[in-house]
Design a protein around this ligand. Structure first.
Ligand code: DGL
Length: 272
């Protein structure tokens, strides 16, 4: 079906998920919304995150999307399930695909989860993991400083290594063999996190797992864009919307997406 996919996030971070979607579903048309005017969601209450997420979804629905990906871990953790039922299209978040991949990956049954305060407080990753296998041990930790470090481009700084070592020591001490990067921003710090955790620990990129899950869901429901089956592949149309002046988003986007954006449109999200 040749309608677009909607992807939304609290801001620019969801572009790490969009990047994976562009790779796995290149022929899909995509409408991306980043709530730059109200970012971050991670330190906010459940009530506010639900209200914001409902507006993000309503905006995408206005664009006749056929499928929605909630790229934001915080919104996926506390809000998506409460909103998705109000609409007649499928919506997926990043928690279930990330949790399932971790369950498949672990050998010693010890899984670490890092994310924002909202994601960790919700216990969503642990809940999904325990639904699959209650015997698995899950160790969760909020690492809120990773978000500004990634946005500021503090990718290879000594300060980032120091903070990462300090944050992750407790997770290292409990001997996990699998660590879920449960936040849109963490893939930018993947090399630092991998360095600190050592080569015996496998990192799970929830965004990448979600892009694979979206592919499977679209195939199963017969919703793949016909451009996906053309050879050579035809790249879908991609439109970006934000709820603040687009300049900052455009600057940071290059780092998160690995390429520059043609055009970003500002919208008033409070109308939804
Ligand atoms: N997108 C958020 C997440 O994945 C991180 C940034 C924020 O706190 O809004 O949880």
């Amino acid at each position: 079906m040749n309608k677009p996919i909607g992807i939304f996030d609290s801001g620019v971070g969801g572009l790490t998920v969009a990047k994976e979607v562009f790779e796995i579903l290149p022929g899909e048309d995509v409408i991306y919304f980043g709530d730059e005017g109200r970012t971050p969601y991670g330190p906010r209450s459940e009530e506010i995150i639900i209200q914001f997420t409902a507006q993000d979804v309503a905006f995408l629905m206005e664009h006749q999307v056929k499928f929605i990906i909630c790229a934001c871990n915080s919104a996926s953790a506390v809000a998506l399930d409460k909103i998705a039922g109000n609409y007649n299209i499928e919506m997926i978040g990043v928690i279930k695909p990330g949790a399932r991949a971790a369950v498949k990956q672990t050998k010693n049954g010890r899984i670490g989860v890092i994310g924002t305060q909202a994601t960790i407080a919700s216990n969503s990753y642990a809940r999904v993991i325990h639904e699959i296998d209650p015997k698995l041990k899950v160790f969760s930790l909020a690492c809120p400083l990773f978000v500004p470090l990634a946005e500021e481009g503090y990718i290879d700084k000594e300060a980032t290594y120091l903070i990462t070592r300090d944050y992750l020591q407790t997770i290292l001490d409990v001997g996990v063999d699998t660590l879920i990067m449960g936040c849109t921003h963490y893939p930018l710090l993947e090399h630092v996190i991998a360095d600190v955790m050592g080569d015996k620990v496998t990192l799970i990129n929830s965004g990448r797992e979600t892009a694979h899950a979206a592919f499977s869901a679209l195939v199963e429901s017969g919703l793949l864009n016909s451009k996906m089956s053309q050879s050579p592949p035809v790249i879908g149309e991609r439109k970006f919307f934000v709820s603040d002046v687009p300049d900052r988003f455009a600057n940071v986007a290059a780092r998160f997406l690995g390429t520059t954006l043609d055009q970003t449109t500002r919208i008033d999200i409070t109308k939804y």
